[in-house]
Design a binder for this molecule. Structure first.
Ligand SMILES: [Zn+2]
Length: 103
């Protein structure tokens, strides 16, 4: 059984984050994202290097070869996440009036 480096609580080796304090439990977190381009064999690998506070993006082809890579610092990665996230539409004044009228 593993223990959290930050709070010492009991965790599991499989956990990426401590369930008690949310501290990352691994030094490197990795996710793959499948591409939808005409070349379906490509994938984006995103690696978060926790101690270094870097996020690395790499494009992999069907042979498992990295075709391109770039690293972003936490600020640029957060800006990218905001850009990629689905846009949320702020309610307009007219929306507020319609909502009031329905009551
Ligand atoms: Zn913890």
């Amino acid at each position: 059984m593993a223990h959290c480096r930050a709070c010492g609580s009991e965790t599991n080796d499989e956990f990426r984050f401590c369930p008690w304090c949310a501290t990352p439990q691994r030094r490197k977190l990795v996710e793959f994202f499948r591409g939808v381009d005409t070349d379906p064999a490509r994938a984006l690998r995103v690696s978060r290097y926790v101690p270094e506070k870097l996020v690395r993006f790499s494009v992999w082809d069907e042979t498992g070869t990295v075709r391109a890579a770039v690293s972003l610092d936490e600020g640029e990665a957060a800006r990218l996440a905001e850009f990629v996230a689905a846009p949320t539409r702020k309610a307009s004044f007219m929306d507020d009036l319609r909502s009031l009228a329905r009551r």
